[in-house]
Design a protein around this ligand. Structure first.
Ligand SMILES: Cc1cc2nc3c(=O)[nH]c(=O)nc-3n(C[C@H](O)[C@H](O)[C@H](O)COP(=O)(O)OP(=O)(O)OC[C@H]3O[C@@H](n4cnc5c(N)ncnc54)[C@H](O)[C@@H]3O)c2cc1C
Length: 456
Protein backbone atom coordinates (compact mmCIF):
# COMPACT_ATOMS: atom_id res chain seq x y z
CA UNK A 1 0.00 0.00 0.00
CA UNK A 2 1.33 3.40 -0.92
CA UNK A 3 -0.82 6.17 0.52
CA UNK A 4 -0.18 9.55 -1.08
CA UNK A 5 1.78 12.15 0.91
CA UNK A 6 -0.10 11.52 4.13
CA UNK A 7 1.32 13.02 7.33
CA UNK A 8 0.62 11.39 10.67
CA UNK A 9 -0.54 14.64 12.24
CA UNK A 10 -3.33 13.01 14.26
CA UNK A 11 -1.01 10.90 16.41
CA UNK A 12 -2.28 11.00 20.00
CA UNK A 13 -5.92 11.54 19.00
CA UNK A 14 -8.34 8.78 19.91
CA UNK A 15 -11.34 8.22 17.63
CA UNK A 16 -14.36 5.93 17.95
CA UNK A 17 -16.25 4.99 14.80
CA UNK A 18 -19.80 3.64 15.05
CA UNK A 19 -20.58 1.36 12.09
CA UNK A 20 -18.37 -0.73 9.85
CA UNK A 21 -19.98 -0.37 6.42
CA UNK A 22 -18.04 1.16 3.56
CA UNK A 23 -18.25 4.58 5.22
CA UNK A 24 -17.02 3.47 8.65
CA UNK A 25 -14.23 1.38 7.13
CA UNK A 26 -13.13 4.33 4.97
CA UNK A 27 -13.28 6.66 7.97
CA UNK A 28 -11.18 4.28 10.06
CA UNK A 29 -8.63 4.01 7.28
CA UNK A 30 -8.35 7.73 6.48
CA UNK A 31 -7.95 8.64 10.18
CA UNK A 32 -5.57 5.78 11.00
CA UNK A 33 -3.35 6.74 8.07
CA UNK A 34 -3.06 10.20 9.68
CA UNK A 35 -1.83 8.53 12.88
CA UNK A 36 -5.07 8.59 14.92
CA UNK A 37 -5.76 5.78 17.37
CA UNK A 38 -9.03 4.45 15.92
CA UNK A 39 -11.47 1.85 17.28
CA UNK A 40 -14.29 0.80 14.99
CA UNK A 41 -17.40 -0.81 16.50
CA UNK A 42 -19.68 -2.84 14.22
CA UNK A 43 -22.87 -4.40 15.55
CA UNK A 44 -22.77 -7.42 13.19
CA UNK A 45 -20.57 -10.37 14.10
CA UNK A 46 -18.71 -9.97 10.82
CA UNK A 47 -18.09 -7.20 8.32
CA UNK A 48 -20.44 -7.77 5.42
CA UNK A 49 -22.25 -6.02 2.61
CA UNK A 50 -25.56 -7.14 1.15
CA UNK A 51 -26.10 -6.90 -2.61
CA UNK A 52 -23.49 -7.15 -5.30
CA UNK A 53 -22.04 -4.45 -7.53
CA UNK A 54 -21.10 -0.87 -6.78
CA UNK A 55 -20.23 1.79 -9.32
CA UNK A 56 -17.42 3.98 -8.12
CA UNK A 57 -17.04 7.10 -10.24
CA UNK A 58 -13.75 8.97 -10.54
CA UNK A 59 -14.64 11.02 -7.44
CA UNK A 60 -14.47 7.75 -5.45
CA UNK A 61 -11.50 6.20 -7.22
CA UNK A 62 -9.55 9.35 -6.34
CA UNK A 63 -10.19 8.60 -2.65
CA UNK A 64 -8.90 5.04 -3.08
CA UNK A 65 -5.84 6.48 -4.81
CA UNK A 66 -5.11 8.82 -1.90
CA UNK A 67 -5.22 5.86 0.48
CA UNK A 68 -2.90 3.75 -1.72
CA UNK A 69 -5.64 1.28 -2.72
CA UNK A 70 -6.36 2.18 -6.33
CA UNK A 71 -4.28 -0.52 -8.00
CA UNK A 72 -5.65 -3.28 -5.81
CA UNK A 73 -9.22 -2.03 -6.29
CA UNK A 74 -8.75 -2.06 -10.06
CA UNK A 75 -7.47 -5.64 -9.89
CA UNK A 76 -10.47 -6.73 -7.83
CA UNK A 77 -13.04 -4.84 -9.90
CA UNK A 78 -13.59 -4.02 -13.54
CA UNK A 79 -12.97 -0.92 -15.66
CA UNK A 80 -15.93 -0.57 -18.02
CA UNK A 81 -15.23 0.96 -21.42
CA UNK A 82 -18.40 3.05 -21.49
CA UNK A 83 -21.64 3.87 -19.76
CA UNK A 84 -24.53 3.51 -22.11
CA UNK A 85 -28.14 4.54 -21.55
CA UNK A 86 -30.71 2.76 -23.73
CA UNK A 87 -34.44 3.16 -24.03
CA UNK A 88 -36.04 0.21 -22.24
CA UNK A 89 -38.89 -0.08 -24.76
CA UNK A 90 -36.96 0.07 -28.05
CA UNK A 91 -33.52 -0.97 -26.67
CA UNK A 92 -31.90 1.74 -28.82
CA UNK A 93 -28.86 3.54 -27.35
CA UNK A 94 -29.67 7.14 -26.46
CA UNK A 95 -26.49 8.30 -24.69
CA UNK A 96 -23.01 6.78 -24.60
CA UNK A 97 -20.34 8.14 -22.29
CA UNK A 98 -16.87 6.84 -23.12
CA UNK A 99 -14.50 6.12 -20.26
CA UNK A 100 -11.48 6.66 -22.48
CA UNK A 101 -8.19 8.57 -22.16
CA UNK A 102 -9.97 11.91 -22.51
CA UNK A 103 -12.25 10.93 -19.61
CA UNK A 104 -9.29 9.86 -17.48
CA UNK A 105 -7.44 13.07 -18.21
CA UNK A 106 -10.50 15.23 -17.58
CA UNK A 107 -11.37 13.70 -14.20
CA UNK A 108 -7.89 12.59 -13.20
CA UNK A 109 -9.11 9.06 -12.54
CA UNK A 110 -11.12 6.06 -13.76
CA UNK A 111 -14.67 4.73 -13.55
CA UNK A 112 -14.63 1.49 -11.58
CA UNK A 113 -17.23 -1.18 -10.87
CA UNK A 114 -16.52 -3.51 -7.98
CA UNK A 115 -18.24 -6.12 -5.84
CA UNK A 116 -19.42 -4.53 -2.60
CA UNK A 117 -17.86 -7.18 -0.42
CA UNK A 118 -14.51 -6.84 -2.25
CA UNK A 119 -14.44 -3.09 -1.63
CA UNK A 120 -15.46 -3.49 2.02
CA UNK A 121 -12.81 -6.16 2.63
CA UNK A 122 -10.18 -4.02 0.95
CA UNK A 123 -10.99 -1.02 3.17
CA UNK A 124 -11.28 -3.10 6.34
CA UNK A 125 -7.96 -4.88 5.78
CA UNK A 126 -6.22 -1.60 4.93
CA UNK A 127 -7.66 0.01 8.08
CA UNK A 128 -6.44 -2.94 10.15
CA UNK A 129 -2.96 -2.64 8.63
CA UNK A 130 -2.96 1.08 9.35
CA UNK A 131 -3.62 0.33 13.02
CA UNK A 132 -7.42 0.46 13.44
CA UNK A 133 -8.79 -1.74 16.21
CA UNK A 134 -11.78 -3.60 14.75
CA UNK A 135 -14.53 -4.75 17.13
CA UNK A 136 -17.47 -6.78 15.83
CA UNK A 137 -20.66 -7.76 17.63
CA UNK A 138 -20.78 -4.47 19.52
CA UNK A 139 -23.55 -1.95 19.13
CA UNK A 140 -22.98 1.69 19.94
CA UNK A 141 -26.08 2.72 21.91
CA UNK A 142 -25.26 6.40 22.28
CA UNK A 143 -22.64 8.76 23.65
CA UNK A 144 -22.18 11.61 26.14
CA UNK A 145 -20.04 14.59 25.27
CA UNK A 146 -17.89 15.93 28.09
CA UNK A 147 -15.61 18.99 27.88
CA UNK A 148 -12.49 16.97 27.13
CA UNK A 149 -13.82 13.69 25.73
CA UNK A 150 -16.77 11.73 24.39
CA UNK A 151 -17.93 8.59 26.20
CA UNK A 152 -19.71 5.94 24.14
CA UNK A 153 -22.10 3.38 25.59
CA UNK A 154 -21.57 -0.06 24.03
CA UNK A 155 -23.58 -3.27 24.07
CA UNK A 156 -22.19 -6.71 23.34
CA UNK A 157 -24.83 -8.25 21.03
CA UNK A 158 -24.20 -11.80 22.34
CA UNK A 159 -23.98 -11.28 26.09
CA UNK A 160 -25.92 -8.03 26.43
CA UNK A 161 -23.07 -6.67 28.56
CA UNK A 162 -22.86 -2.87 28.64
CA UNK A 163 -19.44 -1.21 28.62
CA UNK A 164 -18.04 2.24 27.90
CA UNK A 165 -15.21 3.62 25.82
CA UNK A 166 -13.98 7.18 25.60
CA UNK A 167 -12.23 9.15 22.87
CA UNK A 168 -11.52 12.64 21.56
CA UNK A 169 -14.01 12.17 18.72
CA UNK A 170 -16.89 9.89 17.72
CA UNK A 171 -17.85 9.52 14.06
CA UNK A 172 -21.32 8.09 13.47
CA UNK A 173 -21.22 6.06 10.28
CA UNK A 174 -24.17 4.00 11.50
CA UNK A 175 -26.32 4.05 8.38
CA UNK A 176 -29.78 5.28 7.38
CA UNK A 177 -31.31 4.36 10.78
CA UNK A 178 -28.56 6.08 12.75
CA UNK A 179 -29.01 6.38 16.51
CA UNK A 180 -27.09 9.68 16.45
CA UNK A 181 -29.11 11.40 13.72
CA UNK A 182 -32.08 11.61 16.11
CA UNK A 183 -30.19 14.23 18.12
CA UNK A 184 -30.26 16.58 15.12
CA UNK A 185 -33.57 15.93 13.42
CA UNK A 186 -36.74 13.86 13.97
CA UNK A 187 -37.20 12.88 10.34
CA UNK A 188 -38.26 9.59 8.79
CA UNK A 189 -36.80 7.72 5.82
CA UNK A 190 -38.72 8.61 2.62
CA UNK A 191 -39.70 5.44 0.67
CA UNK A 192 -39.37 6.13 -3.06
CA UNK A 193 -42.07 3.63 -4.18
CA UNK A 194 -39.29 1.94 -6.17
CA UNK A 195 -37.87 -1.45 -5.33
CA UNK A 196 -34.65 -3.15 -6.48
CA UNK A 197 -34.05 -6.78 -7.37
CA UNK A 198 -30.45 -7.85 -7.80
CA UNK A 199 -28.64 -10.84 -9.22
CA UNK A 200 -25.17 -12.03 -10.22
CA UNK A 201 -24.34 -14.85 -12.62
CA UNK A 202 -21.43 -16.23 -14.61
CA UNK A 203 -20.54 -13.82 -17.42
CA UNK A 204 -18.18 -15.72 -19.78
CA UNK A 205 -20.64 -18.61 -20.22
CA UNK A 206 -23.66 -16.38 -20.82
CA UNK A 207 -24.25 -16.52 -24.60
CA UNK A 208 -26.15 -13.21 -24.70
CA UNK A 209 -23.84 -11.25 -22.47
CA UNK A 210 -20.29 -12.62 -22.73
CA UNK A 211 -19.13 -9.62 -24.81
CA UNK A 212 -20.38 -7.05 -22.26
CA UNK A 213 -17.69 -4.49 -21.40
CA UNK A 214 -19.90 -1.56 -20.40
CA UNK A 215 -22.26 -0.33 -17.75
CA UNK A 216 -25.58 -0.45 -19.59
CA UNK A 217 -28.73 1.15 -18.20
CA UNK A 218 -32.08 0.47 -19.86
CA UNK A 219 -34.34 3.26 -18.73
CA UNK A 220 -38.06 2.99 -19.21
CA UNK A 221 -41.42 4.11 -17.94
CA UNK A 222 -41.63 3.30 -14.21
CA UNK A 223 -38.62 0.97 -14.28
CA UNK A 224 -35.01 0.47 -15.27
CA UNK A 225 -32.56 -2.38 -15.68
CA UNK A 226 -28.76 -2.15 -15.20
CA UNK A 227 -26.04 -4.57 -16.30
CA UNK A 228 -22.28 -4.52 -15.83
CA UNK A 229 -19.38 -6.96 -15.40
CA UNK A 230 -17.64 -7.51 -12.05
CA UNK A 231 -14.45 -9.26 -10.88
CA UNK A 232 -12.37 -8.82 -14.02
CA UNK A 233 -15.34 -9.86 -16.20
CA UNK A 234 -16.03 -13.16 -14.42
CA UNK A 235 -19.37 -12.09 -13.01
CA UNK A 236 -22.40 -10.34 -14.48
CA UNK A 237 -24.16 -7.91 -12.16
CA UNK A 238 -27.81 -7.09 -12.92
CA UNK A 239 -30.18 -4.77 -11.09
CA UNK A 240 -33.89 -4.46 -11.88
CA UNK A 241 -35.70 -1.50 -10.34
CA UNK A 242 -39.41 -0.73 -10.70
CA UNK A 243 -42.19 1.29 -9.19
CA UNK A 244 -44.51 -0.69 -6.93
CA UNK A 245 -48.15 -0.08 -7.96
CA UNK A 246 -49.35 -1.21 -4.53
CA UNK A 247 -47.10 1.29 -2.74
CA UNK A 248 -48.28 4.07 -5.02
CA UNK A 249 -51.95 3.13 -4.67
CA UNK A 250 -51.69 3.20 -0.89
CA UNK A 251 -50.05 6.62 -1.09
CA UNK A 252 -52.65 8.13 -3.42
CA UNK A 253 -55.61 6.53 -1.58
CA UNK A 254 -54.21 7.36 1.85
CA UNK A 255 -54.52 3.68 2.90
CA UNK A 256 -52.00 1.53 4.75
CA UNK A 257 -48.92 0.58 2.75
CA UNK A 258 -48.52 -3.22 2.48
CA UNK A 259 -45.32 -4.32 4.20
CA UNK A 260 -44.21 -6.47 1.27
CA UNK A 261 -44.60 -3.78 -1.40
CA UNK A 262 -42.52 -4.67 -4.44
CA UNK A 263 -43.00 -8.43 -3.85
CA UNK A 264 -42.44 -11.14 -6.48
CA UNK A 265 -45.99 -10.80 -7.90
CA UNK A 266 -45.35 -7.14 -8.64
CA UNK A 267 -41.91 -7.93 -10.06
CA UNK A 268 -43.41 -10.40 -12.56
CA UNK A 269 -45.82 -7.72 -13.81
CA UNK A 270 -43.42 -4.78 -13.83
CA UNK A 271 -41.57 -5.23 -17.13
CA UNK A 272 -44.40 -6.25 -19.51
CA UNK A 273 -44.06 -2.98 -21.42
CA UNK A 274 -40.28 -3.22 -21.89
CA UNK A 275 -38.20 -4.81 -24.63
CA UNK A 276 -38.28 -8.61 -24.92
CA UNK A 277 -34.54 -8.75 -24.28
CA UNK A 278 -34.97 -7.22 -20.81
CA UNK A 279 -37.92 -9.48 -20.02
CA UNK A 280 -35.78 -12.47 -20.95
CA UNK A 281 -33.04 -11.43 -18.50
CA UNK A 282 -35.29 -11.21 -15.46
CA UNK A 283 -35.17 -14.89 -14.59
CA UNK A 284 -31.55 -14.30 -13.51
CA UNK A 285 -32.61 -12.11 -10.60
CA UNK A 286 -32.66 -13.26 -6.96
CA UNK A 287 -36.25 -13.57 -5.78
CA UNK A 288 -35.76 -14.16 -2.07
CA UNK A 289 -34.80 -10.56 -1.23
CA UNK A 290 -35.77 -7.21 -2.63
CA UNK A 291 -34.76 -3.74 -1.53
CA UNK A 292 -37.47 -1.13 -0.95
CA UNK A 293 -35.57 2.03 -1.72
CA UNK A 294 -35.66 5.06 0.52
CA UNK A 295 -33.68 8.20 1.11
CA UNK A 296 -33.99 11.07 3.55
CA UNK A 297 -34.33 14.81 3.04
CA UNK A 298 -30.97 16.61 3.14
CA UNK A 299 -29.91 18.26 6.40
CA UNK A 300 -27.66 21.32 6.62
CA UNK A 301 -25.74 20.44 9.75
CA UNK A 302 -24.12 17.12 10.67
CA UNK A 303 -22.49 18.20 13.92
CA UNK A 304 -24.24 16.40 16.79
CA UNK A 305 -22.00 17.85 19.51
CA UNK A 306 -18.53 19.34 19.90
CA UNK A 307 -17.12 15.81 19.56
CA UNK A 308 -19.67 13.86 17.49
CA UNK A 309 -20.43 14.08 13.78
CA UNK A 310 -22.71 12.13 11.41
CA UNK A 311 -21.28 10.79 8.18
CA UNK A 312 -22.19 8.45 5.31
CA UNK A 313 -25.79 7.28 5.04
CA UNK A 314 -26.38 8.42 8.62
CA UNK A 315 -26.00 12.00 7.36
CA UNK A 316 -27.15 11.81 3.74
CA UNK A 317 -28.78 8.57 2.53
CA UNK A 318 -29.46 9.13 -1.17
CA UNK A 319 -31.47 7.34 -3.81
CA UNK A 320 -29.03 5.32 -5.86
CA UNK A 321 -29.45 6.99 -9.27
CA UNK A 322 -26.17 8.93 -9.26
CA UNK A 323 -24.30 5.89 -7.93
CA UNK A 324 -22.64 8.01 -5.26
CA UNK A 325 -23.82 6.91 -1.79
CA UNK A 326 -20.73 4.89 -0.99
CA UNK A 327 -18.55 7.43 -2.75
CA UNK A 328 -19.98 10.28 -0.66
CA UNK A 329 -19.17 8.27 2.48
CA UNK A 330 -15.57 7.87 1.27
CA UNK A 331 -15.37 11.59 0.47
CA UNK A 332 -16.69 12.36 3.99
CA UNK A 333 -13.98 10.15 5.49
CA UNK A 334 -11.16 11.79 3.57
CA UNK A 335 -12.49 15.32 4.14
CA UNK A 336 -12.65 14.79 7.93
CA UNK A 337 -9.18 13.26 8.11
CA UNK A 338 -7.71 15.94 5.85
CA UNK A 339 -9.23 18.97 7.60
CA UNK A 340 -8.31 17.58 11.04
CA UNK A 341 -4.79 16.80 9.90
CA UNK A 342 -4.34 20.31 8.49
CA UNK A 343 -5.61 21.83 11.75
CA UNK A 344 -3.23 19.64 13.77
CA UNK A 345 -0.32 20.57 11.55
CA UNK A 346 -0.95 24.25 12.29
CA UNK A 347 -1.18 23.44 16.02
CA UNK A 348 -4.90 24.32 15.96
CA UNK A 349 -6.75 21.04 16.40
CA UNK A 350 -10.03 21.93 18.10
CA UNK A 351 -12.50 19.17 17.16
CA UNK A 352 -15.54 21.45 17.38
CA UNK A 353 -14.03 23.78 14.77
CA UNK A 354 -12.94 20.92 12.52
CA UNK A 355 -16.39 19.31 12.66
CA UNK A 356 -18.08 22.59 11.79
CA UNK A 357 -15.73 23.14 8.86
CA UNK A 358 -16.25 19.59 7.58
CA UNK A 359 -20.03 19.85 7.88
CA UNK A 360 -20.04 23.23 6.09
CA UNK A 361 -18.08 21.72 3.19
CA UNK A 362 -19.80 18.37 2.97
CA UNK A 363 -23.48 19.05 3.76
CA UNK A 364 -24.13 21.28 0.70
CA UNK A 365 -22.24 18.86 -1.54
CA UNK A 366 -24.33 15.90 -0.36
CA UNK A 367 -27.55 17.91 -0.44
CA UNK A 368 -26.94 18.56 -4.14
CA UNK A 369 -26.33 14.86 -4.79
CA UNK A 370 -29.42 13.79 -2.85
CA UNK A 371 -31.73 16.28 -4.61
CA UNK A 372 -30.27 15.68 -8.05
CA UNK A 373 -30.53 11.92 -7.45
CA UNK A 374 -34.29 12.23 -6.97
CA UNK A 375 -34.62 14.33 -10.13
CA UNK A 376 -32.37 12.01 -12.17
CA UNK A 377 -34.42 8.96 -11.15
CA UNK A 378 -37.67 10.62 -12.20
CA UNK A 379 -36.14 11.55 -15.55
CA UNK A 380 -35.22 7.91 -16.15
CA UNK A 381 -38.78 6.75 -15.49
CA UNK A 382 -40.94 9.17 -17.49
CA UNK A 383 -43.52 7.94 -20.01
CA UNK A 384 -45.26 9.25 -23.16
CA UNK A 385 -44.16 12.55 -24.64
CA UNK A 386 -41.78 13.24 -21.76
CA UNK A 387 -39.94 10.02 -22.60
CA UNK A 388 -39.52 11.02 -26.24
CA UNK A 389 -38.21 14.45 -25.26
CA UNK A 390 -35.87 12.90 -22.65
CA UNK A 391 -34.46 10.58 -25.31
CA UNK A 392 -33.82 13.49 -27.67
CA UNK A 393 -32.14 15.54 -24.94
CA UNK A 394 -29.90 12.57 -24.09
CA UNK A 395 -28.95 12.12 -27.77
CA UNK A 396 -27.98 15.76 -28.02
CA UNK A 397 -25.94 15.62 -24.83
CA UNK A 398 -23.70 12.90 -26.25
CA UNK A 399 -21.34 15.35 -27.93
CA UNK A 400 -20.61 17.31 -24.73
CA UNK A 401 -21.75 15.62 -21.54
CA UNK A 402 -18.77 16.54 -19.29
CA UNK A 403 -20.46 19.80 -18.39
CA UNK A 404 -23.42 17.97 -16.83
CA UNK A 405 -21.30 15.80 -14.53
CA UNK A 406 -18.24 17.90 -13.74
CA UNK A 407 -19.85 19.08 -10.47
CA UNK A 408 -20.26 15.43 -9.40
CA UNK A 409 -17.17 13.64 -10.69
CA UNK A 410 -14.70 16.54 -10.66
CA UNK A 411 -14.95 17.23 -6.90
CA UNK A 412 -12.05 17.36 -4.48
CA UNK A 413 -12.61 18.34 -0.82
CA UNK A 414 -9.13 19.85 -0.74
CA UNK A 415 -10.44 22.77 -2.79
CA UNK A 416 -13.14 23.54 -0.18
CA UNK A 417 -15.42 24.57 -3.02
CA UNK A 418 -18.72 24.28 -1.09
CA UNK A 419 -17.27 26.15 1.90
CA UNK A 420 -16.37 28.95 -0.44
CA UNK A 421 -19.70 28.80 -2.24
CA UNK A 422 -22.50 27.01 -0.32
CA UNK A 423 -24.90 27.98 -3.13
CA UNK A 424 -23.36 25.13 -5.13
CA UNK A 425 -25.43 22.81 -2.95
CA UNK A 426 -28.66 24.04 -4.50
CA UNK A 427 -30.23 22.51 -7.61
CA UNK A 428 -29.30 24.48 -10.75
CA UNK A 429 -31.54 27.50 -11.40
CA UNK A 430 -33.19 25.82 -14.43
CA UNK A 431 -34.53 23.07 -12.16
CA UNK A 432 -35.81 25.29 -9.36
CA UNK A 433 -39.45 24.65 -10.38
CA UNK A 434 -39.02 20.90 -10.08
CA UNK A 435 -40.56 19.16 -7.09
CA UNK A 436 -40.17 15.52 -6.01
CA UNK A 437 -43.27 13.71 -7.34
CA UNK A 438 -43.83 11.74 -4.17
CA UNK A 439 -44.25 14.93 -2.18
CA UNK A 440 -46.72 16.27 -4.71
CA UNK A 441 -48.71 13.03 -4.63
CA UNK A 442 -48.76 12.99 -0.82
CA UNK A 443 -49.98 16.61 -0.75
CA UNK A 444 -52.80 15.81 -3.16
CA UNK A 445 -53.75 12.68 -1.21
CA UNK A 446 -54.09 14.83 1.93
CA UNK A 447 -56.33 17.15 -0.08
CA UNK A 448 -54.11 20.10 0.76
CA UNK A 449 -53.54 21.05 -2.88
CA UNK A 450 -55.55 21.07 -6.07
CA UNK A 451 -54.92 18.35 -8.61
CA UNK A 452 -51.79 19.05 -10.58
CA UNK A 453 -50.42 17.00 -13.44
CA UNK A 454 -48.06 14.32 -12.14
CA UNK A 455 -45.67 12.37 -14.30
CA UNK A 456 -45.10 8.91 -12.88
C1 LIG B 1 -29.76 -0.58 -4.99
C2 LIG B 1 -28.62 0.30 -4.52
C3 LIG B 1 -27.57 0.56 -5.37
C4 LIG B 1 -26.51 1.39 -4.97
N1 LIG B 1 -25.48 1.63 -5.84
C5 LIG B 1 -24.47 2.43 -5.47
C6 LIG B 1 -23.38 2.67 -6.37
O1 LIG B 1 -23.36 2.14 -7.49
N2 LIG B 1 -22.37 3.50 -5.96
C7 LIG B 1 -22.37 4.09 -4.72
O2 LIG B 1 -21.43 4.84 -4.40
N3 LIG B 1 -23.38 3.87 -3.84
C8 LIG B 1 -24.42 3.06 -4.18
N4 LIG B 1 -25.43 2.81 -3.30
C9 LIG B 1 -25.42 3.49 -1.98
C10 LIG B 1 -24.47 2.83 -0.98
O3 LIG B 1 -24.69 1.43 -0.94
C11 LIG B 1 -24.63 3.41 0.42
O4 LIG B 1 -24.81 4.80 0.34
C12 LIG B 1 -23.40 3.12 1.28
O5 LIG B 1 -23.15 1.73 1.30
C13 LIG B 1 -23.58 3.68 2.68
O6 LIG B 1 -22.49 3.27 3.50
P1 LIG B 1 -22.46 3.61 5.05
O7 LIG B 1 -21.25 2.93 5.58
O8 LIG B 1 -22.65 5.05 5.28
O9 LIG B 1 -23.78 2.92 5.64
P2 LIG B 1 -24.17 1.37 5.77
O10 LIG B 1 -23.69 0.60 4.60
O11 LIG B 1 -25.61 1.32 6.07
O12 LIG B 1 -23.33 0.86 7.02
C14 LIG B 1 -23.71 1.14 8.34
C15 LIG B 1 -23.06 0.10 9.23
O13 LIG B 1 -23.23 0.45 10.59
C16 LIG B 1 -23.65 -0.68 11.32
N5 LIG B 1 -24.41 -0.13 12.45
C17 LIG B 1 -25.64 0.46 12.41
N6 LIG B 1 -25.98 0.90 13.62
C18 LIG B 1 -24.94 0.60 14.45
C19 LIG B 1 -24.71 0.83 15.83
N7 LIG B 1 -25.61 1.47 16.61
N8 LIG B 1 -23.54 0.40 16.37
C20 LIG B 1 -22.62 -0.26 15.59
N9 LIG B 1 -22.82 -0.52 14.28
C21 LIG B 1 -23.95 -0.06 13.72
C22 LIG B 1 -24.44 -1.51 10.35
O14 LIG B 1 -24.51 -2.87 10.74
C23 LIG B 1 -23.65 -1.30 9.06
O15 LIG B 1 -22.60 -2.24 8.93
C24 LIG B 1 -26.51 1.98 -3.68
C25 LIG B 1 -27.56 1.71 -2.80
C26 LIG B 1 -28.61 0.88 -3.21
C27 LIG B 1 -29.73 0.61 -2.25
Amino acid sequence: MNAQNIDRNLAGQKVIIAGGGIGGAAGALALSLRGADVTLYERSREFKEVGAGLQIGPHGVKMLQKWGLKERALELGYLPERMQFRDAITREPILTMNFDEEFEEHYGSNYLVIHRSDLLSLLIEAAREAGTKLVNGTKVLGADTEPDRVVAELKNVDTGEITHDSADLLVAFDGIHSVFRKHLVTDEAVPSAYVAYRGTSDLPTDPEMSELKDVVGYIGPRCHFIQYPLRGGELLNQVAVFQSPRYLRALTDGTEVPEDWGNNDEFREAYGHTNEFIQGRLDQMWLDTWWQMSDRDPIDNWVVSDRIILMGDAAHPPLQYLASGAVMAMEDAECLALFASEAAEGGQLVWKDVLEEVSAERAPRCKRIQSTGRFWGELWHVDGLARLIRNEVFRQAESGWFKYVDWLWGYDAERREYLRNPEKGEMPAELKEWEYNLYRIARQARGSSASEPITI
